[in-house]
Ligand binder design. Structure first.
Ligand code: PLP
Length: 402
């Protein structure tokens, strides 16, 4: 028997476990320090009240209806698909029910979609990157090339000239950099994909944060995007579904490859590998899209963004970050004094009790950088901002962004 060598090639380092070990060692040595964790990756506030009520009602309903205790429809219940169609209609985007697939979180689809394509295909990933894009591409045998996001391009890379790939991963607002791709830049990527016969897998998991920007538009408002873009969405990042597990993927009917409609092939793949999302969770998600749900999620988003803004301001003042506006819970900054990411992680933890995330875990382009998030209480964000300023304010000269 031979194991999958593509899978064996991947790093299986558990970075969260390394961080947790460092944090517990630090707490042991410094029992009086109140640690502030800015390494949370998901919304921590509870989901909206209407979501709670809808799920409770759905649970009661399923006690009395045997149908609701059976395997759910593969693509999702029509009530949730219709709700999502109505949500996009409000943005003047027309979707059809055959284009929407309810999933148990964006991660499974972001990685699973690569299975639709032969191992000979090439993949382009903007780096620093979420490891899921990279690992799922490698483990399905595909060659990966990178396009670098750096301070030089304001963390927003343009499509490369004279270079193409079959599949392009884009994420906006981006994890880990927090960068929001302006519509004009997305248009360049869409045009590039159309000219080069590429497919964009667009990870919109953080889109609820971008919606705070008055000029923000869905990628599908760009001409031609529905011919080349699959969009993956998550309710983990703003709506509080990280534990409930729900997201959705949009595969437009217009995407046809070698006479096969891509959403038909995805449906086929889903039949083999997926069994749907529970009725209770889908009723909760439906409530999250209601007026009341959206209002509550917006309040949460504003809370996270105000934390993120506070922390960003400190890092900008310290010369380690040049983010001019905040449209994501993620903050990306340069390590002071040319430290490596892990050196900086230790330096910040040891001197402030604040837990951050080493940028190097998002690929080699992340080395020398750090990430933190605004997924915390206002009080913790204020404490962390003060402590970070005390430590990093003096680095302004040596660590300035270049
Ligand atoms: N996409 C990005 C960019 C993420 O950062 C994450 C999770 O951290 C995911 C997708 C996965 O989200 P979900 O919880 O919906 O699987």
């Amino acid at each position: 028997m031979k194991l999958n060598t593509d899978l064996l090639k991947l790093s299986d380092t558990d970075f969260a476990a390394i961080i947790n070990k460092k944090v517990s060692d630090y707490q042991y040595a410094n029992p009086d320090t109140v640690i502030v964790r800015l390494d949370n990756e998901d919304a921590y506030l509870p989901f909206p009240n209407c979501v709670h009520s809808a799920m409770q009602a759905a649970l009661e309903e399923s006690l009395n209806d045997p149908q609701l205790r059976c395997t759910p429809p593969l693509r999702g219940y029509p009530f949730l698909i219709d709700t999502i169609i109505a949500h996009y209609a409000e943005k003047n985007i027309q979707l059809f029910d055959t284009e929407i697939f309810i999933n148990d979180g964006a991660k499974c689809d972001v990685s699973g979609l690569t299975e639709l394509f032969d191992g000979d295909n090439t993949v382009m990933i903007t780096e620093p990157f979420d490891s899921v894009y990279y690992h799922s591409s490698l483990s399905s045998g595909k060659a990966v090339r990178f396009v670098r996001a750096s301070e030089k391009n304001g963390l927003i890379p343009l499509p490369p000239k004279n270079e193409r790939a079959d599949i392009i991963y884009l994420c906006s607002p981006c994890n880990p950099t927090g960068a929001l791709y302006p519509t004009e830049v997305l248009k360049e990527w869409v045009d590039h994909a159309l000219e080069n016969n590429s497919l964009i897998i667009y990870d919109a998991s953080y889109e609820d944060f971008a919606c705070m920007e008055p000029n923000h538009k869905s990628i599908y408002s760009i001409e031609g995007a529905k011919k080349c873009t699959v969009q993956v969405c998550s309710l983990s990042k703003a709506a509080g579904f990280a534990n409930l597990r729900l997201g959705y993927t949009i595969i437009p009917n217009n995407i046809v490859i070698d006479s096969t409609r891509l959403n038909q092939l995805w449906l086929h793949r889903e039949r083999l590998k997926f069994n749907g999302v529970s009725y209770v969770t889908q009723r909760g998600a439906q409530a999250a899209f209601s007026k009341e749900g959206k209002e509550e999620i917006e309040m949460h988003v504003k809370h996270y963004l105000s934390n993120t803004r506070l922390l960003t301001e400190v890092l900008v003042k310290a010369g380690l970050c040049d983010q001019s506006f905040v449209a994501s819970p993620n903050v990306w900054f340069k390590c002071p004094q040319n430290m490596s990411s892990w050196e900086c992680f230790d330096y910040i933890l040891k001197n402030t009790g604040v837990v951050t995330i080493p940028g190097s875990i998002f690929g080699s382009a992340g080395e020398g950088h750090m990430k933190l998030t605004g997924y915390t209480t206002r009080e913790n964000a204020s404490v962390a901002a003060r402590r970070l300023w005390q430590l990093l304010g003096s680095s302004s000269e040596t660590g300035a962004v270049n």
